[in-house]
Design a protein. Structure first.
Length: 288
């Protein structure tokens, strides 16, 4: 006869299978599915009992634990709530358990921006051509780390000088810029590495490079370049948009290049652009 722990483990795995099936049917991305399953797994491990028996009060207590003990960000809390809402609505058909729990207000933080000199310093600190190509491509085209990882060779259109970003965030396709300098670097990289399907191949045959590998490459490059700002690979995308805005590019074009649905998302770069802020005179300067 199986032990109680083994029976619970079987039930837990069954929950994950049902949840994964529902997310696939609804067209959720792989990253979102992994994220939701991780949050549900953490909730189960926290209480060490059947997930079906968890109540609204249990979930509230768990969220307080994340806030007070783990000091998790509002975005992390919001992701956790969304994953629990999905589980109880579509797997257990008990939406009332969590749908009354409000999402926390998002923190309105401005993105950290690298100057052009800092970006060039980071690229210059990299000796490996493949790594250099990944960082350069991300900055020159405003790509997310997942988009860099999933680029196929066929997505680089050297005739039209465009990059075709397929099924990105929100399952949207878009075109973005292909810089001449970046194309020259990519050609040098391709001659050395001879990739087949994926532009940046991973260690496993037929698989593209992982996002974590790309992030580690960027972190190492920043350390070598002596960058002290609190930056991540996504900072390259923020810097691309800000530098375009400072160069006079219409914000609607930047919105299209980034793949933003709403202009309000793109307008955040007006708050960090030296072109916009630097052109405003302080009343102290006018007082003379």
């Amino acid at each position: 006869m199986p032990k109680i722990k083994e029976v619970r483990q079987m039930k837990k795995e069954q929950v994950f299978k049902l949840m994964t099936k529902e997310m696939k049917i609804k067209g959720y991305s792989i990253n979102t599915m992994k994220l939701y399953l991780c949050h549900v797994r953490n909730l189960i491990n926290y209480y060490e009992r059947d997930i079906e028996d968890i109540t609204r009060e249990d979930i509230t207590s768990y969220l307080l634990y994340l806030i007070e003990d783990r000091m998790c960000s509002t975005s992390y809390l919001s992701q956790a709530i969304s994953s629990f809402q999905f589980l109880f609505k579509y797997v257990f058909m008990r939406a009332s358990v969590v749908f009354a729990i409000p999402h926390p207000k998002r923190e309105k933080k401005l993105p950290e921006i690298l100057s052009r000199d800092e970006v060039l310093k980071i690229i210059g600190a990299v000796r490996n051509v493949k790594h250099q190509a990944m960082i350069t491509l991300a900055y020159s085209a405003g790509l997310r780390v997942s988009e860099v990882a999933a680029l196929a060779i066929a997505d680089i259109d050297s005739k039209r000088m465009l990059i075709h970003v397929k099924q990105a965030k929100g399952k949207k396709d878009r075109y973005t810029l292909l810089s001449k300098n970046t194309l020259d670097l990519l050609r040098r990289y391709v001659r050395l590495y001879r990739p087949h399907q994926w532009l940046f191949e991973g260690q496993q045959p037929g698989k593209h490079i992982t996002t974590r590998t790309i992030q580690r490459v960027f972190e190492t490059a920043c350390e070598a370049a002596g960058i002290t700002k609190d930056v991540s690979f996504h900072t390259l995308r923020h810097s691309f948009a800000t530098h375009l805005l400072e160069g006079g590019t219409d914000i609607r074009y930047i919105q299209s290049l980034l793949g933003h649905t709403d202009t309000k998302t793109t307008q955040i770069y007006t708050h960090v652009s030296s072109r916009y802020l630097g052109g405003i005179k302080s009343p102290m300067d006018r007082a003379q």
